[in-house]
Design a protein around this ligand. Structure first.
Ligand code: ADE
Length: 240
């Protein structure tokens, strides 16, 4: 089964972007994944092809109209489409590797890229859009966020990653940050590779890496460790 993403955007030319290259590019060529950009503006009804309007209640910026977006969603994802509908938004639940894995196991996604100041809340509710954030910072639009989500999903699709092992020992897969890596030369600007890594003692190497992972996680991301679980991520959200 392949992963099919339909991306609703005002900038369809941004897709597949960098995903046309390297690992993801080969997956797209092989047909393991497909990315179909669709221009929301194609569903506008007036002669100016407008898709947004001023915010009710006043304020700066423009809001994406619910009727136009609903028509676009219904056209690309009719009733019965099993794919989840995502809305890229800084207000969303933070994207996690667990959510990425779950998406990769499914048939694909319909991804709405937000623009302007936002999207009319009624279409978010009426079409059950799952708001997803890629981090606590604000982009000028959802497109780069959608590309990042798709990059993360495509690389974990079956058969995409070259070495079947790579991916299981990396950051977040075991709930911790990844240990540091080294390769030749043995001495670089006076810095040697940690001795244990050249010892040939596999158990000692494994223990060293586990200790490094834990120390890094403690220093940089204590929120990932048990005992510090603020309700931040999708995995920890209460049921709706
Ligand atoms: N659109 C704007 N900022 C975003 C973010 N941080 N995550 C997802 N979509 C966004």
């Amino acid at each position: 089964m392949s992963f099919r993403a339909t991306v609703l955007t005002l900038y369809p030319e941004m897709f597949p972007g960098h995903l046309g290259q390297s690992l993801a590019g080969r997956a797209l060529e092989r047909g393991d994944a497909a990315i179909e950009p669709v221009n929301i503006r194609d569903f506008a009804t007036d002669r100016h092809r407008s898709v947004d309007d001023t915010p009710a209640g006043g304020g700066a910026g423009m809001v994406l109209r619910p009727d136009i977006l609903a028509t676009a969603i219904d056209a690309v994802s009719p009733v019965g489409d099993p794919r989840p509908r995502l809305l890229m938004s800084p207000r969303g639940r933070p994207l996690t590797q667990a959510r990425v894995r779950a998406l990769a196991e499914g048939p694909g996604a319909v991804i709405v890229c937000g623009r302007f100041e936002g999207v009319d809340q009624r279409v978010i509710d009426a079409r059950d859009l799952e708001e997803v954030s890629i981090g606590d910072y604000v982009l000028s639009g959802g497109e780069p966020a959608a590309l990042i989500l798709l990059d993360a999903v495509i690389r974990v699709l079956p058969g995409v990653m070259g070495n079947a092992q790579s991916g299981t020992h990396e950051s977040f897969e075991d709930g911790l940050l990844e240990h540091p890596h080294y390769t030749r030369p043995q001495l670089f600007e006076g810095r040697a590779i940690p001795e244990v890594l050249t010892s040939g003692n596999h158990k000692a190497i494994e223990d060293w890496r586990a200790a490094q992972s834990l120390a890094l996680t403690r220093a940089r991301r204590p929120d990932l460790l048990p005992g510090d679980k603020p309700d931040r991520t999708a995995a920890r959200q209460p049921a709706k």
